[in-house]
Design a protein around this ligand. Structure first.
Ligand code: PLP
Length: 357
């Protein structure tokens, strides 16, 4: 095998070059330019959502969602204990308190029963994460959201294109976050999106990302804003990648099929499961391995065979800034961490390489 197998590398080609060159030739490479609006509109339309507001990263999208909901000191936000750190840090940026909930052992996503167990009169938001592209149990989560009147912010940064009962992830909650980092389903080099059906909030977010500037009065700023804008250069790359999204999704889903077929008679390999009615984007096909060997040992052996892998996210309460929030065992999360592995998912790989893996 001469072409190396890649874990999560972006897939970039001629279309990306074409749009980037057009953008550079236009000189509108920064915060002004037509592709920003075009990208936002296409993105919202695809998801069948009213609005999409582009940002500088997925982290910025989550930060702004919390800020827009007025969440701050004294408030609690419920999050799953295994996720990427960027789900959680923005809770601290706004001065609120993260409350960690254990995940379901089969789907690896936040357990709705655990959400309910952690609700207090201070709970001001729930952030479900569609881990590795696998949709959360949205019926139950939205039911809890309505019952207690607590808004949901979906972390859909890994799940662009995934659906739950026919509806795209990132369109259930009040304000929802996507990421276009280089290793995600599609990339803008670095960027994010907030998706919402609330026009007023979308307008306000569009204003906040641009230093809260009221341009009808020149450089006039009636509020404290942020510089969280996506650039036109990034949006140009985004438009090219977005045209290729169906190709990326179908390839990732086919990879998952090949992996499942290949290991179907191996009861030591257990795939991350989907809820009934959910279709994962398979950002990274993920498994639990029952073995006497540790995951790092297995990773080392695979690496020697030219197969890069990634360990499942360490439970957030293991990190120094979050240790104080560990008030329970999180049995399922720790088991997934001990046995879990992400398989190569880059769409630069071909089907033969996935067969080989
Ligand atoms: C990638 C990611 C983010 C943050 O996205 P960035 O664009 O890298 O800031 C947030 N949450 C999860 C679960 C992610 O995987």
């Amino acid at each position: 095998m001469t072409k190396p197998i890649l874990l999560d590398a972006p897939n970039l080609g001629e279309l990306e070059k074409k749009y980037l060159i057009e953008c550079i030739d236009s000189t509108f490479v920064s915060s002004v330019g037509k592709n920003i609006d075009i990208f936002e509109n296409k993105f919202a339309q695809y998801l069948k959502a009213k609005r999409a507001v582009s940002t500088q990263s997925g982290t910025a999208a989550i930060h702004l969602a919390l800020y827009e909901l007025g969440i701050g000191p004294g408030d609690e936000v419920i999050v799953p204990v295994i996720t990427f750190i960027a789900t959680v840090n923005p809770i601290k940026y706004v001065g609120a308190t993260p409350v960690f909930a254990d995940v379901d052992p089969e789907t690896w996503n936040i357990d709705p029963k655990e959400i309910e167990n952690h609700i207090t009169e201070r709970t001001k938001a729930i952030i479900p994460v569609h881990l590795y592209g696998n949709p959360c149990d949205m019926d139950k989560i939205m039911e809890i959201s309505k019952k207690y009147n607590i808004p949901v912010i979906e972390d859909a940064t890994e799940s662009l294109g995934a659906t739950y009962k026919g509806q795209f992830t990132g369109t259930f909650g009040e304000l929802n976050a996507f990421s276009f980092n280089g290793n995600k389903i599609m990339t803008t080099g670095g960027g994010g999106m907030i998706v919402t059906n609330d026009e007023n909030k979308a307008d306000h977010l569009k204003f906040l990302v641009n230093q809260a500037r009221d341009s009808s009065k020149g450089y006039y700023h009636p509020e404290i804003g942020f510089n969280y804008r996506m650039t036109n250069l990034e949006a140009s790359l985004g438009l090219a990648q977005f045209e290729r999204l169906p190709e990326f999704l179908s390839k990732k889903r086919k990879f998952a099929e090949i992996y499942k077929e290949g290991f179907k008679n191996n009861d030591k390999i257990i795939f991350q499961k989907s809820y009934a009615g959910a279709e994962s984007s398979y950002w990274l096909t993920s498994i639990k391995i029952e073995s006497n060997k540790s995951i790092p040992e297995i990773q080392e052996e695979l690496k020697e065979k030219g197969i890069p892998t990634r360990r499942v996210f360490m439970p957030i309460v293991e990190f120094p800034p979050y240790k104080e929030y560990k008030k329970e065992e999180y049995k399922n999360a720790y088991e997934i961490y001990e046995k879990g592995l992400n398989l190569p998912g880059s769409t630069v790989n071909n089907y033969e390489q996935v067969e080989y893996i």
